[in-house]
Design a protein around this ligand. Structure first.
Ligand code: AMP
Length: 490
């Protein structure tokens, strides 16, 4: 849809985990690992476990700490399970879409946690509905669950997942329970992250390695694009099946720029190092001499320290200072429903330290500009407390198109960079100068080729086949007539 609204219903932007242990209850480790992924979703949290006989589930709206009390965690029996945190979509607080999705059917029970977004949900749903499948939500996760359940009636687990992957198209990192077996699946282009961790008494899967760290585990590796990982229910190891091979990956660069924790390692790179490197490149591509460099907390910090280091190494007489203080108790400005509320929230959230700024020229570093609310407000605030000049430097290219792959951006009309060049954006936000990073700098810092990245939100060309949008590659649609198109032979 060219208007930037997602064509497939509510999007699922989330964190997922899965754990298989040698006899120890899985619920508590799952609960802690969800805490480590809280930044990936604050709308709802849930856990599904299996004790070898039956499935247990607890899914609630709210933050992890509010969604569970001690009794809830105790009641989730079994040493195998999965968990989920769901990201809020602007304007929708919808308990129907809280996950893990769980269902019992003829071949057992299924639990499913999804991060990402399918782009053929409507097509598949219509087809499944015509065959008598009843849906309780309009999200894509339930479609994946139905596809999997249907295939499990006729095929073994690995084959059923393979068939499911040939039918669902788009972005998905999944953790799944099929009875007491925990699986992880990453879409053939590896759009959202998923990694494998080793614990003292078992194995786990998680969106980000920070969730493995909190359980004192070791990161084993990333799940490969198109790979199925099956954790052995006794916690003794995992089995891997490379089910689909795609020519190129489509890793989301925005995970590194904004979404993931800096202490996570994703697709081989530590997010903190990538952000510092992006900051260094920002200086190389558009450095400006000022008295002080200010990060926008928290996401601008690593960029600003890399930028300031590079500037100082070049001999610039610039100070790095935490001149903007963040009130941690204000919710995310980005998801406020009205522009007025968003502006008020930025003011509540960020306060400049007058003594750091007054009478000085400043460079403000943020990871991204979406609607422009934060930067416009910041420029005004800094001038109000006496900044002599305010220069903005942004650690990503201009975001000019929506994300259909699971990150809540905004519709095209709301994006300040849609239809404006950098000079027009500068005028709009009122800065003395503005510069962004180039796409090549992003690819270099990630040590990836451009063709292995999803850059849809900055180029307007997507690695998936989306109605009304351009594609940046030959996108092979899956054969939804039942054939296993695009699936490697056994
Ligand atoms: P805006 O104020 O609309 O220009 O949004 C930019 C600010 O929101 C930046 O400080 C980013 O750190 C942050 N941001 C960027 N993308 C997102 C997102 N998908 N969800 C929440 N916040 C975001």
């Amino acid at each position: 849809m060219p208007d930037g609204r997602h064509p497939e219903g509510p999007t699922e932007k989330c964190g997922v985990v899965g754990v298989s242990l040698d006899g120890r209850e899985a619920a508590r480790p799952l609960y802690y690992s969800l805490y480590a992924l809280q930044h990936r979703g604050q709308e709802s949290a849930g856990i599904v476990t299996h004790d070898g006989f039956q499935q247990h589930s607890h899914v609630e709206m709210g933050l992890v700490g509010d969604a569970f009390d001690a009794g809830d965690v105790e009641s989730l029996n079994g040493s195998n399970g999965i968990g989920h945190v769901r990201y809020p979509t602007a304007g929708s607080v919808d308990s129907c879409c809280a996950q893990p999705f769980s269902v019992s059917f003829k071949s057992g029970s299924l639990g499913l946690s999804h991060n990402g977004n399918l782009v053929n949900t409507a097509e598949l749903r219509e087809e499944l509905a015509a065959k008598g499948h009843a849906f309780t939500s309009d999200g894509d996760t339930e479609v994946i669950a139905h596809e999997l359940a249907r295939n499990l009636l006729e095929a073994d687990l690995v084959r059923a997942v393979k068939r499911m992957m040939s039918r669902v198209h788009g972005s998905y990192s999944l953790t799944i329970t099929h009875d007491d077996t925990v699986l992880g699946v990453r879409d053939p282009q590896g759009n959202r992250p998923l990694c494998i961790g080793e614990l003292d008494d078992g194995y786990m899967l998680a969106s980000e390695s920070a969730a493995i760290d909190v359980l004192d585990g070791e990161l084993v590796r990333d799940v490969e694009p198109g790979e199925l990982v099956v954790l052995r229910p006794d916690g003794s190891g995992f089995d891997s099946y490379q089910l689909v091979e795609a020519d190129d990956a489509a890793h989301c660069f925005f995970e590194h720029v904004y979404f993931a924790r800096p202490d996570s390692r994703i697709d081989g790179s530590l997010v903190y190092d990538v952000r510092r490197e992006l900051g260094r490149k920002l200086w190389e591509e558009g450095g400006v001499d000022t008295d002080v460099v200010l990060p926008v907390p928290d996401s601008g910090r690593a960029f600003a320290s890399g930028y300031a280091d590079a500037a100082q190494a070049d001999g610039a007489d610039v100070e790095f200072a935490e001149g903007l203080m963040k009130n941690r108790y204000v919710g995310r400005t980005f998801i406020m429903p009205t522009q007025d509320a968003r502006e008020r929230a930025v003011r509540l959230k960020l306060n400049p330290i007058k003594d750091v700024v007054e009478g000085r020229t400043v460079t403000v570093i943020d990871d991204s500009i979406v609607r422009g609310t934060t930067s416009t407000q910041l420029v005004e605030l800094l001038r109000d407390v006496g900044a002599e000049a305010v220069h903005m430097r942004i650690g990503a290219p201009p975001i000019a198109a929506p994300c259909y792959m699971g990150i809540d951006m905004a519709s095209r009309e709301e994006l300040i960079a849609a239809g404006r060049d950098v000079e027009e954006i500068r005028q709009e936000i009122g800065a003395d100068s503005l510069s962004y990073l180039s796409v090549d700098a992003v690819a270099d810092a990630l040590e990836e080729s451009r063709t292995d990245l999803c850059l849809g939100c900055v180029t307007g060309e997507y690695p998936y086949d989306i109605e009304g949008e351009a594609a940046d590659r030959d996108v092979a649609r899956p054969d939804i007539d039942g054939a296993e198109a695009g699936v490697a032979d056994d």
